[in-house]
Design a protein around this ligand. Structure first.
Ligand code: GTP
Ligand code: MG
Length: 489
């Protein structure tokens, strides 16, 4: 990591847009801007030549985009958008009309000097300006490097930096909210609170090990067990949100499964609110799996409609059915649909057998027709399933289905408004490790193990929690010990 060089990149999406932004960060950001940007009207610089400088106030002359060394133009003020022209300082060619802003470090995104050039959002303009900035000494930034610098410069902690990526990638309101809270530091604060609890315990342990003869509070195993258990409870409470968090972040994989002609594609269309899949009365209409993204009650969902599962000699249908089974295996949630107007048969039973213990919503569809299927027949085979009676073609039961999807995701534990959630697999793994270390430490305290052994596990928990927010470890514990106890020896 070379923090002393200056990096640049296009900060907006590479496509057609009203504006596009080239971002520069580092000590050379402002000098580079000075070489390529001139804050005067178009008429002043054309082809690098000053056409009419009569109106330019002398005192404010600052930048000149040609190689003559002369300066002209209004000075760039900190955090103030300035209108001007970007001109190639090597060839004199005018590139684009832009707005430029300079954000002096440390009050900038990266905590370094940052310059952003807003040009017309064409790939041509963006490429040319970026190339020019690079030619003037900046280095092309690596992916995420601006945020990495914000972290290395201490403006964001690690989990906040990760939240930036989540924010950018958020596809649903909920994902966005969770990431925003994480960026604001609510998540880090929680981790810091837990670590502060651990420091208290660690300090006690360390002092008792190193200075047993000093006149200090003697630690009891009873206290240790209760203290550590308190911390572990908090870690576990965070972990409990992780499954929901992952779904919120990555989306829930939902597969609609059933024998042919039960109404799977009709349900797909109803949930998408568009006619995406072909619906006909011919069994075997859907031959390939159809995947679509949809947001149901703020939950991002990958919805898959599948080919009806049955015995068939048709080669294409056979392949489709294989794919149905794959979707079934991958799904976080299975929606199993049966047709109320025909008695359950071997095909239905086989699918039910395969569902076994998995999360499932059973839809008894076509309730508008004469009943040939009893709820109890399904209950007998899938005692844990949520069963919904519906008539998709008549728009009945869709609400209930959406409601049950939501219930299953939130598991009744995490409330909608609660955005303090573990959404990141790295965080989840570290929290699990912390929880395990704490469990080990508690176990040792319960049987009165030597403090030295306990300390290793408590330290480990403290360390892995620190890794979540990217904090340096050992040193702060040491500092804390001496600050509190004034041992001074
Ligand atoms: N009476 C009635 N008919 C329905 C209902 N829902 C769907 N259908 C009809 O059932 C037939 C099959 O619907 P699809 O949605 O194509 O069924 P599918 O499960 O996707 O069928 P395959 O793709 O062949 O596996 C169509 O004629 C639908 O109009 C319902 O609630 N009531
Ligand atoms: Mg279909």
């Amino acid at each position: 990591m070379y923090l002393d060089d200056t990096i640049a990149a296009v900060a907006t999406a590479m496509g057609e847009g009203g504006i596009g932004i080239v971002r520069i960060s580092g000590s050379e950001a402002l000098p580079i801007l000075g070489k390529v940007f001139c804050s005067v009207k178009k008429s002043y610089v054309k082809g690098g030549q000053i056409e009419n400088d009569a109106e330019m106030p002398d005192a404010k002359k600052l930048f000149l985009p040609d190689a003559t060394g002369e300066t002209i133009g209004l000075p760039i003020e900190n955090r103030r958008l300035t209108y001007g022209i970007v001109t190639d300082n090597f060839t004199g060619e005018m590139i684009d009309e832009v707005m430029a802003v300079y954000m002096k470090g440390p009050h900038s995104y990266t905590a370094e000097d940052v310059v952003e050039i807003q040009c017309h959002g064409s790939i041509v303009s963006l490429r040319k300006i970026l190339a020019l900035v690079l030619k003037n000494g900046a280095r092309l930034a690596e992916p995420g490097e601006f945020t990495k610098r914000a972290f290395l410069n201490g403006r964001l902690d690690l989990s906040q930096a990760e939240a930036v990526i989540d924010l950018i990638r958020a596809k649903s309101d909920k994902t966005f909210d969770v990431a925003l809270d994480q960026l604001e530091g609510k998540f880090s604060k929680k981790i810091k609170e837990i670590r502060a609890d651990l420091v208290d315990i660690l300090v006690n342990i360390t002092v008792n090990i190193d200075y047993p003869d000093e006149d200090i509070e003697v630690i009891t195993y009873e206290n240790l067990v209760s203290g550590l258990t308190g911390v572990k409870t908090k870690v576990d409470a965070m972990l409990a949100t992780a499954d929901t968090g992952r779904i919120i972040r990555e989306g829930l994989n939902v597969a609609i499964i059933g024998k042919p002609n039960v109404g799977k594609s009709s349900l797909m269309n109803a949930l998408l609110k568009e006619t995406r899949a072909i619906v006909t009365s011919i069994p075997g209409t859907t031959r390939d799996t159809i995947e679509e993204a949809v947001t149901i009650r703020n939950i991002p969902i990958k919805l898959t409609d599948t080919a009806g599962i049955r015995q068939t000699d048709d080669i294409i249908e056979k392949i489709g059915i294989e794919k149905s089974k794959e979707s079934f295996n991958k799904a976080d949630l299975v929606i199993f649909m049966v047709d109320n107007s025909t008695p359950l048969n071997a095909e239905d039973y086989e699918i039910m057998e395969n569902i076994g213990d998995r999360k499932v919503i059973v839809i008894i569809n076509k309730m508008d027709l004469d009943s040939k299927v009893q709820r109890t027949e399904v209950e007998a085979r899938l005692p844990k399933a949520v069963i919904i009676e519906a008539s998709i073609a008549n728009d009945m039961g869709i609400d209930r289905i959406e409601e049950e999807v939501e219930n299953l995701v939130y598991g009744g534990e995490v409330k909608q408004g609660d955005s303090m959630m573990v959404t990141n697999v790295r965080h989840k793994a570290l929290l699990e490790e912390a929880s395990q270390s704490l469990a080990d430490a508690i176990g040792m305290a319960q049987i009165g193990e030597a403090l030295e052994f306990l300390e290793i596990d408590v330290n480990r928990a403290y360390e892995v929690l620190g890794q979540i927010i990217g904090e340096a470890v050992e040193e702060d514990i040491i500092n804390e010990v001496f600050a509190r106890f004034c041992l001074g020896k």
